[in-house]
Design a protein around this ligand. Sequence first.
Ligand SMILES: Nc1nc(=O)c2c([nH]1)NC[C@@H]1CN(c3ccc(C(=O)N[C@@H](CCC(=O)O)C(=O)O)cc3)CN21
Ligand SMILES: O=c1ccn([C@H]2C[C@H](O)[C@@H](COP(=O)(O)O)O2)c(=O)[nH]1
Length: 283
Amino acid sequence: MKQYLDLCQRIVNEGTWINNERTNKRCLTVINADLTYDVANNQFPLVTTRKSFWKSAIAEIIGYMRGYQSAAQFRALGTKTWDANANLNEAWLKNPNRKGEDDLGLIYGALGRAFPKPNGGHVDLLQGIVDDLSKGIDNRGEILTFLHPGAFDLGCLRPCMYEHHFSLLGDTLYLNSTQRSCDVPLGLNFNMVQVYVLLALMAQITGKKPGKAYHKIVNAHIYEDQLAPMRDIQLKREPFAAPQLIINPDIKSLKDIETWVTLDDFEVKGYQHHDAIQYPFAV
Ligand SMILES: Nc1nc(=O)c2c([nH]1)NC[C@@H]1CN(c3ccc(C(=O)N[C@@H](CCC(=O)O)C(=O)O)cc3)CN21
Ligand SMILES: O=c1ccn([C@H]2C[C@H](O)[C@@H](COP(=O)(O)O)O2)c(=O)[nH]1
């Protein structure tokens, strides 16, 4: 939590104003941030200086692991966070590749579960990594990537957290996640949870111990209409201790995640937080 608040404060103190054409908003921006999550000791990185809707964040990462391509699938799992990008994003609405209401196109898991091969066919990157790690194999390239520059016009948004690289040291699983663009008040609140849960879940289904997760962010920004509540409300609050995440131990395979897991399989213990703050969302 401290590292999150330090990043927010750093943007407020040292950020540069950059005009963003896609959203037509200015962003106070810094380049490069590195966050670390201690999954081994269950230090769940949940923001405590406002109420966090962590279930939505977990729904998103499960949707990515399942290869979802529609905002309706995300809603059925328990989050509305993809509705605006599917149905209100001007550029996507005009794009002839959009297949109607709720379509997101080739985003995140839709690529990671069926990455097109240059010579035809697809590779299921996530299944390959799960198979290797379960056998104790780390080929120094256990990379789940959602980034395919040739597919940018086939989806509503380029992936923000675009790569997750898993590593084994003995029985301990590590994760390095990379994010190209980060909406710190809204998106990062979720992305920290997702990096943590991805390592915790992958360790659980491959029979490994979770170690640390390292989260690299390149462009970290606060939109102009988010600055006042961040600077004058959220940053004035004292954080509480980190809560703990409990994951249903019956989740034992990727098939389980694909078929029956719901948000009821996740519980947060000891979550003490300040009041909610509603930040504006830039589409
Ligand atoms: N500008 C922008 N920021 C983002 O963080 C973002 C995008 N666009 N587009 C794609 C996804 C969608 N994500 C979202 C979308 C909405 C919320 C949001 O509204 N969060 C509220 C309430 C969530 C809820 O009630 O479930 C929050 O207070 O955290 C968060 C992340 C993250 N991504
Ligand atoms: O997981 C996510 C997804 C999106 N974001 C934010 C980062 C940016 O503010 C926008 C995406 O806009 P681009 O113009 O494509 O960079 O969404 C996030 O923080 N986390």
